[in-house]
Design a protein around this ligand. Structure first.
Ligand code: ADP
Ligand code: 5GP
Length: 198
């Protein structure tokens, strides 16, 4: 695949993936581009259509999948999510490093493609802290929160599989986690900046 290697950020819901990637997108404007996924879940306050997600109906999503528009798709906590070919192509067309925020099923399915990204798992310091952060975020119903915690415990176990991830970033102190993430991506950032300035 031509262009800079994409980056997959995965890890439990509430681990801090969005927080970390928003910082990257802000600090390295023009270097990274976000792959805007499709989802059937409802937008949260502050989320905008086309920026955080393409918010779609189940019918529209199913049709897109049938028509071969998706690189991967999964059901997470009762809602459908997927990465469209167009979302990744839009970022790559701008010669930016494409960042994907996807769940564990997405990681396993992307491994079957020729995308060849760097796989990074973001972990919370503990499940207790994860629960507190998810509750404090005030975005989930009790049912959704419980589903996310169950998935988190499973995902933390699966992510120990040797070779599944290139790096694990434990998001305890945000500054430290962000520095570690930047360290993992340093080579790609340097290459992207050099090619932009030449
Ligand atoms: P994800 O995208 O993985 O679901 P978020 O980025 O939404 O997770 O983070 C979950 C919540 O935890 C958010 O309310 C966020 O502000 C908060 N958060 C993220 N990182 C930290 C951190 N290092 N310390 C404390 N709170 C954090
Ligand atoms: P949230 O509802 O909190 O935004 O996302 C829930 C989960 O879905 C997170 O683990 C997130 O990484 C994952 N997710 C978001 N977009 C996609 C996608 O396109 N594909 C897959 N497989 N998972 C996604």
């Amino acid at each position: 695949m031509a262009g800079p290697r994409p980056v997959v950020l995965s890890g439990p819901s509430g681990a801090g993936k969005s927080t970390l990637l928003k910082r990257l997108l802000k600090e390295f404007e023009g270097v990274f581009g976000f792959s805007v996924s499709h989802t059937t879940r409802q937008p949260r306050p502050g989320e905008s259509n086309g920026k955080d997600y393409h918010f779609v109906t189940r019918e529209a999503m199913q049709k897109g999948i049938q028509d071969g528009e998706f690189i991967e798709h999964a059901v997470f906590s009762g809602n459908m999510y997927g990465t469209s070919k167009a979302a990744v192509q839009a970022v790559q067309a701008m010669n930016q490093i494409c960042i994907l925020d996807i769940d564990m099923q997405g990681v396993k399915n992307i491994k079957k493609t020729d995308l060849n990204p760097i796989y990074i798992s973001v972990h919370p310091p503990s499940v207790e802290i994860l629960e507190k952060r998810l509750r404090d975020r005030k975005t989930e119903s009790e049912e959704s929160l419980q589903k996310r915690l169950k998935a988190a415990i499973e995902d933390i176990e699966i992510s120990k599989e040797p070779g599944l991830f290139d790096a694990v970033v434990v998001n305890d102190d945000l500054e430290e986690a962000y520095s570690k993430l930047k360290g993992v991506l340093a080579e790609g950032i340097k290459m992207a900046q050099t090619s932009k300035n030449s």
